[in-house]
Design a protein around this ligand. Structure first.
Ligand code: NI
Length: 155
């Protein structure tokens, strides 16, 4: 098990664009495993590569059903809207209400190099949208509904 350092707060890497992954190398498989290890250690449900300082399009998610790795993901066909409390491992002790689609489709490359489409709803849809945002330099604080941010850093 290898833990990577989670980038936090105003770290500029969290605001950068990421590059597509062309080849699923051993290095990418190792990165995915390290991202799971890091996410579980921090008790999160999702982690995107920029959060460990890597500007590549890969995220890991485990909302309690089964762990998934999304490489080069694209989100489509959003349906509905749910406002729910959200947080992020890169912004500890902060949370706030974010409006996300109730359902989305995500198309991605898996670790074997196959292209898949997954229909997501509820917490999984929320996690997919949150993590794919990270690949575009967008963080949940950008989307928190005004007046709902809780900040316990100095509590
Ligand atoms: Ni996050």
């Amino acid at each position: 098990m290898a833990l990577r350092q989670i980038r936090m707060d105003s770290d500029p890497v969290l605001r950068k664009q990421t590059r597509s992954i062309d080849v699923i190398s051993d290095r990418i498989r190792e990165l995915a495993q390290d991202m799971f290890d890091t996410m579980y250690q921090a008790e999160g449900v999702g982690l995107a590569a920029p959060q460990v300082g890597i500007l590549k399009k890969i995220v890991v998610i485990d909302t309690g059903e089964n762990p998934i790795v999304l490489i080069n993901p694209t989100v489509s066909e959003p349906e509905g809207s749910i406002i729910m409390e959200e947080a992020c491992l890169s912004f500890p002790e902060r949370s706030g209400q974010v409006d996300r689609p109730e359902k989305v489709k995500v198309t991605f490359t898996d670790l074997e190099g196959g292209r898949q489409t997954l229909e997501c709803e509820g917490l999984l849809a929320r996690a997919v949208c949150h993590e794919v945002d990270h690949l575009n330099g967008i963080v949940f604080l950008d989307k928190v509904i005004e007046g709902t941010l809780h900040d316990d850093r100095n509590a």
